[in-house]
Design a binder for this molecule. Structure first.
Ligand code: HEM
Length: 468
């Protein structure tokens, strides 16, 4: 039994937040593939939640699902060179994200990661807190103008807000195009190309005009040209007068230099990473927030405790980065929310050569999946894994959680580069919203976690808004 199980706190609420009931006998063959396509987390059988490793091998799939923290550490860290990014995820992400940090491999990834690392240093992130709070205040001003006790889709609201934050912090809203038009283009861009159509999954060449590609083409052209112009304009401005350029992620990427060679990123690398930061950094955080507000609505004792903590913040100013260390309960709630509902529910790799994981032989080419959804609900790693207990993440218990048993941001050298950015953003959003507003789920609404590349509440999250 792991340390996390032993160190778990006592339980004071036995209600299970929304989750599919794992089937005792998951479907096989095509039935399995169909249910994975529908909602992969609902296809995970009950036994998987107790097994360290699951080997699925037949004519259709050769898959290894790893939930043993020691084996996970081997895949993500100790033997990392033997595992490249999973082929299926690459097929889905590359058309949208190009060769940015999330999808690059080998020397290209190493160079980009080394060069981009300083962009996310704490010192820089602190500077983004103002934009994060301002965007949240703008959303709250919009809420204020609604009739009292209005119902909104909180999942959609969070998506809009994190999009606003990422565009303020990536390129200071300096795209010429109308904000709304650009936001809509980004949404279509990721909903079409980013989701991967059947043609890209089958590997059809780009020139074959499938319906998805035809629909996405004009949006893609608009999106690319707007972004390229913004990038070119910024490069020119930096060359003319470095100090006049806004201090955002785009300036950081354009001026970043490899610490070893002094080399900078090319235009196409900067472009791909801007798209990657928008793609990887807005839906994930939005989902983390939507799930957090769902949990706070279901468990009012946690909301009350959180609001008590937030009362210590001065009323007359925005939440700042310096306030965040004084909000341990807000952090615990977020961490428990990302345990139950990891915004990135699957981390996929492919073995380059044969290996052994938890004593099980893995062949060259085998798909290796680490599922934070499964791992965070594993019966050998967590006590009462299906229950909501922020106390698991209390500072005095935090160290008992094995490093590779809790992976909302992944682990090893490819750990999320935006982790600290996302935590600061989520904390500021949570504190700013929860201290003034109570969000209550529509009574009787059936919340269904739907997994794809991210984990969303299916059909959104209708919630009533009330001023505290
Ligand atoms: C709650 C929010 C977020 C979650 C849960 C999350 C989760 C993850 C995970 C699990 C990975 C590892 C994927 C793998 O190993 O295959 C990852 C990588 C990455 N994330 Fe995040 N992410 C979040 C926010 C962000 C933000 C805000 C940004 C950028 C501003 C970002 C940018 C990236 C990038 C560029 C990578 C690839 C890093 C590399 O391979 O070197 N993420 N993220």
């Amino acid at each position: 039994m792991s340390e996390a199980v032993l160190a778990s706190p006592f339980i004071f609420d036995h209600r299970r937040p929304a989750a599919p009931v794992p089937p005792a006998h998951p479907p096989r063959g095509f039935g399995f593939i169909r249910s994975v396509r529908n909602n992969p987390i609902a296809a995970i059988g009950v036994r998987a939640y107790e097994q360290p490793i699951l080997r699925i091998r037949n004519m259709l799939v050769d898959l290894c699902v790893v939930s043993d923290p020691v084996a996970i550490k081997r895949v993500l860290l100790d033997n990392v060179d033997n595992y490249r990014k999973g082929a299926q995820q690459q097929v889905r992400l590359k058309p949208a994200l190009g060769n940015g940090l999330l999808t690059a491999e080998g020397a290209s990834w190493r160079f980009q990661r080394r060069t981009a690392a300083p962009v996310f240093q704490h010192r820089r992130l602190v500077g983004f807190a103002g934009a994060m709070a301002a965007a949240t205040n703008d959303m709250l001003a919009r809420w204020e103008a609604l009739p009292a006790a209005s119902e909104v889709d909180v999942a959609g609201e969070m998506m809009r807000l994190t999009y606003d934050i990422i565009t303020r912090t990536v390129f200071s809203n300096e795209v010429r195009a109308d904000q709304q038009k650009m936001a809509a283009a980004i949404q279509i861009y990721f909903d079409t190309i980013g989701r991967g159509d059947i043609a890209s999954i089958l590997g059809l060449p780009d020139w074959i005009p499938t319906p998805t590609r035809r629909r996405a083409a004009p949006v893609l052209a608009f999106f690319r040209s707007e972004l390229q112009q913004a990038l070119a304009a910024r490069r020119a401005r930096i060359q003319a007068d470095r100090d006049s350029a806004p201090d955002d992620l785009l300036t950081s990427l354009l001026t970043a230099r490899d610490t070893d060679t002094g080399e900078g990123l090319s235009d196409s690398e900067v472009y791909d990473n801007v798209v990657t930061f928008i793609g990887a950094g807005h839906e994930t955080t939005a989902n983390a927030m939507a799930w957090t507000f769902y949990l706070l609505s279901e468990f009012p004792w946690a909301a009350e405790k959180l609001v008590n903590e937030l009362r210590a913040l001065p009323e007359d100013r925005d939440v700042t980065a310096a306030d965040l260390p004084n909000l341990p309960y807000a952090r615990m709630v977020l961490e428990e929310s990302m345990r139950l509902y990891p915004p990135a529910p699957f981390i996929a790799r492919q073995a380059l050569a044969a290996d052994r994981l938890s004593g099980v032989p893995v062949r060259k080419g085998t798909a290796v999946v680490i599922s934070p959804w499964l791992l965070h609900r594993h019966r050998t790693l967590w006590r009462e894994p299906e229950l909501f207990m922020p106390e698991r993440f209390a500072p005095e218990r935090r160290d008992a959680i094995a490093r590779f048993a809790y992976l909302p941001f992944g682990g090893g050298p490819r750990i999320c580069i935006g982790m600290a950015f996302a935590m600061q953003e989520a904390m500021i959003m949570l504190a700013t919203i929860a201290r003034r507003w109570r969000l209550t789920l529509r009574p009787g609404y059936d919340v269904i976690p739907q997994a794809s590349i991210t984990l969303r509440p299916r059909g959104g999250l209708p919630m009533k808004l009330e001023r505290r």
